[in-house]
Design a protein around this ligand. Structure first.
Ligand code: ADP
Ligand code: ZN
Ligand code: ZN
Length: 729
């Protein structure tokens, strides 16, 4: 019998070991083994067990021992891991590593044992008055952790040990769970009576779970339509059948309030996995899931790998969120992984969003996914009124329009709150005119050029074409061409000048570097400590403020102009989400959108709240330009600290790939020229990239694997491919 083992060295291959007779009975796929590797012992997961012996003629080395008899991966999870590795062209070990929290394997994170004091029955005659009191208290509390009892009863471990010597209490070590929700598990919530839209969405999910039709459902529901309540009841239905569920939420939306909604419905059944957990908490939560004590897992993208047995449902909330895409190896998209896992395990998958990704929307249109729509708000509040202000009519390069200032003033007078949103995507990448808003665009690809500081030029990242940076705006002749916008701090200063008596909270990457300050700022705003919250995309998601009646978008166009084929989609999503912040409670909401180009179809559709209209037009453009979802697009990245190496190899790789495409015409592979990326030289590394497009992702993966195997990169060059890339620069 041989075991095929993946060793954690990113070698992207399995190693065969002989299974000694003593281990044959115990060995199972998914276990962690200790095996001899070179001159040392290595740990690795056994992915396959097969009958037979060595295929190379030499005798195989034997497995040394089984490190943990309970498998870390179920066969279904291993299938998922292998399919993701193949799809993303990433080493198998890197996917295994992504699928298992590092803390789970850390020795120092192992379950923590503390002393527990249990009261026993016995005679109290020999006790002093004080000892008797202490014993009665311990009985009253029904025992407890030694340290906690000492603190609570103002006593010492010595006094409790005296009781133990007299046989009145037992003291023994016990595993103490490190609970990330400690103190938060309060106020159980009851299911709400669903409205008709919610009820039919729930029924549709039931059909997916029962295997009628597609297993994945797109839940297209406007902000506040009550998607979360639908998720909760769909999960409850699965729990009743003895099955478990995973809920994926974007990391930034994984706030205490979100977790609370699940915890108050399902109590201890809920496990949370997120990046702020300590190693110990993560270890305990993961093992609670593996043991089946927690059957509802809430977490960010990596939670798609949670070891839930008998999985019945995966929810991907805000499925369009770019944060589901991992930007490091392995570059998987958790939404796609969820859909795949659903198919492998026979679980229903719900993709929820007010603004679905065009990939999911097209899948639903083509009938690959089921679809349910919720167009009305479920609770109090109606959809806000949206007004677009034309900034090209405002004097000079002003940050705030007179209309927006007036609207803020009204809110301050009424004691209501305002959120001002500064769209920071795309800045310092594309070049536009300060005066008329004209954006420098590649004429053959109809995409914004990317500004390159090195060489002072504008480059198209799709075709590779470039032009020197223009001194004057080709549209209006103004000399105010810029590739940088205003920062939040500058806006804050300007805002404080306009409203000297208002208090303003600012939230951006700089103001939220501390671990909790993101939550702190939001909590302060919720309490009403400030009248205005100013922030970047960070404030656009999943937050519910009852007293906010005005949302201002300072520069709607800036994300529209970024050199990315998803620029229109991102802008629509941002505007819809931002608009969703206003008027979620009884007070009617208003949104003021500042734009240089109010008639741009994306801005106009967003102002109407017309997702379908936007999607129809956008899909047409994508089909014509051969962009996703009508093809797969991958970015091959090359970096080196030596400029010559990276430019030579990039050109050579691009030519080899183009030759491969010509030899395999039926794959429909399109290869761009090699271009330096906008961050050409960041932290000492020179970066170049090649864009690959093809109808099938597997064609791109095949071309890439062929390339790196027949032209392996030299030691001073790092290469990686980003399948279904979200970042084009
Ligand atoms: P979404 O997740 O779609 O943005 P939420 O689940 O946050 O929407 O719901 C918005 C509000 O509507 C919440 O305050 C929620 O409690 C309320 N709500 C949801 N469903 C119902 C219902 N069936 N009846 C009454 N209120 C509901
Ligand atoms: Zn101009
Ligand atoms: Zn171009």
């Amino acid at each position: 019998m041989i075991a095929r083992v993946a060793i954690d060295l990113a070698l992207d291959r399995l190693f065969d070991y002989e299974v000694p007779g003593a281990l044959k009975e115990k060995l199972a796929v998914g276990q962690l083994l200790s095996v001899p590797f070179g001159h040392r012992e290595a740990r690795g997961f056994v992915l396959e067990v097969a009958e037979g012996g060595s295929s190379c003629g030499r005798p195989l080395k034997p497995v040394s021992s089984i490190a943990d008899e309970t498998p870390f991966f179920s066969p279904a999870l291993l299938t998922l891991v292998r399919r993701i590795a193949a799809y993303t062209a990433a080493p198998l070990e890197s996917v295994l590593r992504a699928a298992l929290p590092a803390a789970v394997l850390k020795r120092n994170a192992r379950a923590r044992e503390l002393l527990f004091v249990d009261p026993a029955r016995g005679g109290v005659e020999s006790l002093t008055k004080r000892q008797r009191w202490l014993y009665e208290q311990i009985v009253r509390l029904d025992g407890g952790w030694m340290m906690q009892l000492c603190a609570e009863l103002k006593t010492t471990p010595g006094s409790i040990r005296t009781l133990a010597a007299k046989g009145l209490v037992n003291i023994a070590p016990r595993a103490k769970r490190r609970d990330p929700l400690a103190g938060r598990r309060v106020l159980p919530s009851k299911p709400l009576a669903l409205n008709p839209e919610q009820a039919s969405a729930l029924e549709a999910i039931g059909r997916c779970a029962a295997g009628e039709g597609p297993s994945t459902l797109l839940l297209h529901g406007v902000t506040g339509s009550g998607k979360t309540e639908v998720y909760l009841q769909a999960i409850a239905a699965q729990l009743e059948r003895g099955r478990g569920a995973i809920v994926l939420v974007p990391e930034i939306a994984l706030t205490p309030q979100t977790v609370q909604r699940f915890a108050s419905r399902f109590g201890d059944m809920v496990a949370v996995l997120h990046s702020a957990l300590s190693d110990g908490e993560r270890y305990d939560e993961w093992h609670r899931i593996r043991r089946g004590e927690a059957r509802v897992v809430v977490g960010p993208r990596s939670a798609v790998f949670a070891p839930v047995a008998r999985l019945g449902l995966i929810v991907v909330d805000e499925e369009h969120e770019p944060s589901y895409k991992q930007e490091d190896n392995p570059r998987y998209n958790a939404r796609d992984a969820a859909v795949l896992r659903g198919v492998i395990e026979g679980a229903a998958v719900v993709l929820g969003s007010a603004t679905p990704s065009l990939e999911s929307w097209l899948n639903a249109k083509r009938g690959r996914y089921a679809c349910a729509a919720m167009a009305k708000r479920a609770g109090a509040g109606s959809m806000p009124l949206v007004r677009v202000v034309n900034m090209s009519l405002e004097p000079g390069a002003s940050i705030f329009s007179e209309e927006l200032l007036e609207a803020v003033r009204t809110r301050l007078d009424r004691g209501e709150q305002t959120i001002l949103f500064l769209n920071r995507r795309g800045w310092s990448r594309s070049m536009n005119c300060e005066k008329c808003g004209h954006v420098m665009t590649c004429p053959s690809c109809d995409l914004a050029y990317t500004y390159h500081r090195v060489g002072d030029c504008l480059r198209c990242h799709i075709c590779g074409g470039w032009i020197p940076t223009p001194g004057r705006c080709p549209a209006c002749g103004s000399g105010d061409m810029t590739f940088r916008g205003v920062g939040t701090q500058r806006v804050e200063t300007a805002l404080a000048k306009c409203f000297p008596r208002a208090s303003i909270l600012r939230m951006d990457a700089d103001s939220t570097s501390r671990r909790h300050s993101h939550d702190d700022i939001l909590a302060a705003f919720r309490r009403g400590d400030a009248q205005i919250l100013l922030g970047t995309q960070m404030i656009a998601k999943g937050l519910d403020f009852p007293n906010v009646t005005l949302v201002g978008v300072l520069n709607a166009d800036s994300s529209l102009n970024m050199p990315d084929f998803r620029a229109g989609e991102r802008t629509f999503q941002l505007l819809a989400q931002v608009a969703g912040r206003a008027g979620r409670a009884e007070l009617p909401g208003e949104v003021v959108v500042q734009s240089f180009d109010p008639s741009a179809p994306v801005i106009a559709a967003a102002a109407r709240g017309d997702y379908e209209g936007f999607a129809a037009r956008e899909l047409k453009d994508r089909a014509e330009g051969f962009f996703p979802p009508y093809c797969h697009l991958a970015v091959a990245g090359l970096r080196s600290q030596d400029m010559k190496t990276v430019s030579l190899w990039s050109d050579m790789y691009a030519q080899s790939l183009a030759a491969f495409a010509r030899r395999n015409v039926r794959l429909g592979l399109r290869v761009s020229e090699a271009v330096p990326s906008a961050l050409e030289k960041a932290d000492g590394w020179h970066r170049w990239q090649i864009v690959l497009r093809a109808p099938a992702a597997s064609s791109i993966a095949a071309a890439w694997r062929w390339l790196v195997s027949c032209r392996p990169p030299p030691k001073n060059l790092r290469v990686a491919i980003d399948m279904d890339a979200h970042n084009l620069v």
